[in-house]
Design a protein around this ligand. Sequence first.
Ligand code: MTE
Length: 322
Amino acid sequence: MHVLRRRGWEIPERLATPEHLFFNRRAVLGGGVAAAAGLLLPSPAPAQRVADLPDPTKDLYPLKRNEKYTLDRPITDEKLNASYNNFYEFGSSKLIAKQAQALKLRPWVIKIDGLVEKPREIGIDDLIKRMPLEERLYRHRCVEAWSMAIPWSGFPLAELVKFAEPLSGAKYLRMESFLDSAVASGQRQTWYPWPYVEGLTLAEATNELAFLAIGAYGHPMPKQHGAPLRLAVPWKYGFKHIKSITRFTFTDQRPKGFWEALQPAEYGFWANVNPEVPHPRWSQATEQLIGLDERRPTLLFNGYAEYVAHLYKGLEGERLWA
Ligand code: MTE
């Protein structure tokens, strides 16, 4: 194979250095140069400076929509969607959008470890460059019995699994959100089992529907939706859709999710949508379509049975629906 090699000094620093080291070096150099010059001006903390860099993904949009995934309802109004969120790191109400703006999105290093050929760390922008990007329209059904319909931008989780090169003993994928109680006031509430964790079987993770979203509504993901990387598994209740992911661990142990750790009687590993199995405290038979004056019957697997029902054959003894 012919590879065009440029000499080191011809390559911009951004290309020569892995992204996460590049951002860290910028932060260090920023402080170092000022100190060397003897400047006594107050300067922002390094973390603040790098967070102010422009989002390098913004020119990727709009992404081409994959027309295979269609909706049976209108797309939820973007403003409503961006102001009605569950993100316990920033508080337990739905109105956390303002607080979530404290989250710094660069540098954002993703760790891939556990049962893989080679554990590694990769910056979010280096990862995105390697992934096939597209837009998909997905339904979203929260365990609280409300729903939305969202245009996500991102790439199939199966592509990340391929990139990670799991070993044959890997049966599950455990995902972890960021941990930083200095910016996330909810993480100072120590009775929650931080960091937020969720898991899938490898068969679920490589199902064509499992999607890692980096954007929504044709632009980079708003922080309150779980920027810069969040899971969308539309046949499962919303709590499986882990936000602001920093770590993917391949394992032979079934991961215990945040909500399962907190309230095992109410929330389990599988969390597939089934209108016939009520939550211990309320019915799951119908859902409120957010933004519309409408309640609709909820569908088995949230309407995605043709894609995923086969994954659960032979698992009738499991608690598949909580
Ligand atoms: N991920 C993290 N890290 N923290 C959370 O509190 N809440 C979950 C899920 N992912 C949550 C999370 C729940 S309960 C739901 S319904 C969805 O995010 C909400 O996603 P949305 O705010 O984009 O609608």
